[in-house]
Ligand binder design. Structure first.
Ligand code: ADP
Ligand code: ZN
Length: 207
């Protein structure tokens, strides 16, 4: 897509849960920019060491070369002034500084494409994605397929118990869930199951 005249920059955000095709969509847009012979730079936060240090790889095995940066400030030091298109995957991990950097890059005339999780494992807005959505010129929300019932899924269900916001992983640790099947309080549910099992155990001893 190129809806501007001259060298005006803009910001695109692709957001949704895990497995919804955000990386695929980001890679598709960046590939098209490369085909158009634009200078492209792609970044991902160092926190995501899921598959590769120097590539973005989607769950469907689409790939594009990328550079790692620990946050937006480090990313800025790596941007070549001649770059025309800046792609960022897992933008929710780039820190608060990502919003200001995205705006400044767009103001310089660059096209900025950011992909990231809009909500966390409890269904809460995942900062700074809400702020990035607010400053964006164009937004796409992607949906996955609920692994329980097959409906469109907007949530990322954590399958392992942890109260940490960031637990990096993919298949086996997270799955996509629809609004109905999403169980944000997995820890509470597990505690309830544990205490129910313990109570049954005590009952069995009494008999
Ligand atoms: P994201 O970046 O949003 O985590 P990816 O672009 O890496 O997503 O992967 C999307 C691909 O994941 C889909 O094209 C499909 O092949 C695969 N996939 C695996 N599980 C699901 C699911 N529950 N819903 C949709 N796609 C899924
Ligand atoms: Zn469901």
């Amino acid at each position: 897509m190129n809806f501007t005249k001259g060298n005006m920059g803009w910001i695109e955000v692709v957001c949704g849960p895990m497995f919804s095709g955000k990386s695929e969509e980001l890679i598709r847009r960046l590939r098209r920019a490369e085909i158009a012979r634009q200078r492209v730079q792609v970044f991902k936060p160092c926190v995501d060491r899921r598959y590769s240090e120097d590539q973005i790889i989607s769950h469907s095995d689409f790939k594009i070369a990328s550079m790692g940066a620990k946050d937006a400030a480090e990313m800025e030091t790596l941007i070549d002034p001649r770059t025309e298109v800046v792609g960022v995957d897992e933008a929710q991990f780039m820190g608060e500084g990502m919003v200001d950097l995205a705006v400044r890059l767009a103001d310089m005339g660059k096209r900025v494409i950011l992909a990231g999780l809009d909500t966390d494992y409890l269904g809460r807005p995942f900062h700074p994605m809400p702020e990035l959505l607010a400053v964006a010129d164009e937004i796409q929300k992607t949906l996955a397929i609920c692994m329980q019932c097959g409906n469109p899924a907007k949530h990322t269900q954590r399958l392992v118990q942890s109260n940490e916001l960031v637990v990096v992983g993919a298949a086996g640790m997270y799955e996509a869930r629809c609004r109905r099947c999403f169980e944000p309080n997995l820890d509470n549910l597990q505690k309830q199951k544990d205490s129910a099992a313990a109570a049954m155990g005590r009952g069995a001893i009494k008999q």
